[in-house]
Structure formats: C-alpha cells, structure tokens
Design a protein around this ligand. Sequence first.
Ligand SMILES: C[S@@+](CC[C@H](N)C(=O)[O-])C[C@H]1O[C@@H](n2cnc3c(N)ncnc32)[C@H](O)[C@@H]1O
Length: 272
Amino acid sequence: MTTEHASTPDAVHQSVVEENIKLHELEGPNYLLRHPEQTNYYQMRRLRGLIAETAAALGTSAPKNLDIACGTGYLLLEFLKQGFDCTGVDLSEAMLASLQKILPAQSADRCKLLCQDIFEFMSAHEGAFDVVSIGAALHHFDAYENVVRWACRSVAPGGWLVIAFEPLKQAIDSPVRYRLHRWLAGVDERIYRISRRLRGIEVDLDTSEADYQRKFGGIDPNTVTGLITTEGLEVVRVDKYCTRRYGLMASIANNWIGSQNTFDVIARKARA
Ligand SMILES: C[S@@+](CC[C@H](N)C(=O)[O-])C[C@H]1O[C@@H](n2cnc3c(N)ncnc32)[C@H](O)[C@@H]1O
C-alpha cells in the first residue's frame, strides 16, 4: 500500500503531525514519568503478559518486531528483553532521544530506530515482521484505519499484530458504574497532580490536537477488529479494561467497579 490518507485531507494530516511533534518535544524527556498509568504494576503485568504470550507462540529465534510510534520504548523495550530484533519508528526526535538514552548497551545492535512519519514508512515491508506492535498511538493518527491495514500486511505468516493501550470508544452502560468511575478517576488524578508537583514535573500540556481520535471519543475496537479480519488475520482477543494513574486504583476499577476506558487487541496471521 502506498501512502494514503483516505479519510482525511493532507492539510489535516499535516496539522496532526505538527501537533504531535510539538507535544512530544515537550513530553519526550519525561514521557513515562508523566504517564504512570502506562508503567504502574497493574499495567506492566498486563503488558508483559501480552508480549510474553506472542513471543511464546512464535517460538522462533531472533524474531522481528516493528513497533509503530515506539516513543520512549514502552513496548519496544519489552520486545527487546524477550529476544526480538526491533525496529522502532516515531516522528518525534525528542521521544527517540529519550529511548536512545535508556537502550541497554548489550541489545543496542538488535534495535533500529527511525525518525519518520509512519504514513511515509508505510510502503513495502509486506510480511516482514513476526510481531507488529502499536502502543498508545492509533489515537494520535488521523487516518488510523490505513495504519491498521498496513500493519496487518506487514505481519509475517504465523506472526502477530499487537495493538495495546488505546482509548476505548464506548457507550455508557450503567449510570451508577459511570459515577463510580468518574469519582475514582478524580481521586486518582488529584493524587497524581500532587505527586507530579512534588517531583517537579509540573507543566500542563494541551494534548487535544495531537490526541486526534479522542475528539471522536477514542477508538472503536469493533472498527479495528473489522479491519483486521478483512485483512485475513484472526482476532485472538480483545481485552477491555480500566487504566488509572496508580496500580491500586486500576485494581479497584477493574476488580470492584468493572469500568473500562482502554483496550488491547491481539491477532495472528495463519502460517503459509
Ligand atoms: C502517546 S505516545 C506513545 C508512545 C509509545 N508507543 C508508548 O506506548 O509509550 C504516541 C507516539 O506516537 C508518535 N506519533 C504520532 N504520530 C505519528 C506518526 N504519524 N508517525 C510516527 N509516530 C507518530 C508520537 O511521536 C509519540 O511518540
């Protein structure tokens, strides 16, 4: 597939890209410190489980991972630990610079980082990667559907697609659950803000333009699974869950309230 932004004009794409560069220039140096919802014990357990599951199912030595919009390496570093050769593509120099600083020296030769708009990278590479991963990033793209289609095509026969940590677009199923969800989110956010101030990470950033798909309420997992199925992959699981800044809050949200605001999808391509 060549570069196409079927559902958005080029001017929109350009503006979303510029907003992403601006935002991640500021976030780059402290990205994961600013986002404990991605690194708390509850979320890390979930993430490591997901990656270990795909690695175990592959069973090949030195499998290849492409991490789309790798940022500071949230997924990519875990794939490296599991023995993958990794390629990370991201348009933010600041995010990649932070990742470069923490890349373990012993695995640096198994990791290639490219500073590029994924919409420009998206040609060729058909069937080139054992696992194609996208973490917390689809909602930053305008025509995200094209990225999902292309990602599917880039998975090798017998390989996997992992889409993790996307904001879930959903209807409110229970007003009571929704109120509890909002209340817990408020407590979680207040503690987070105090802790951020104490640690000197104070800047409040406007993410509204860079988080493009949030304007439409997030990403609908049914759209994603529909695209994956049309591309001929089998959807193995869709996990819907609730993220919170702190692991304890995430645990309360998931185990007691049963609320959801995020999803992961894993899919596999049949062996040739
Ligand atoms: C919320 S961060 C997530 C980073 C990382 N995947 C993670 O889970 O921590 C979103 C990332 O998407 C990148 N990004 C946004 N639009 C992009 C594009 N068109 N091409 C490549 N990267 C992009 C940003 O630079 C940023 O690093």
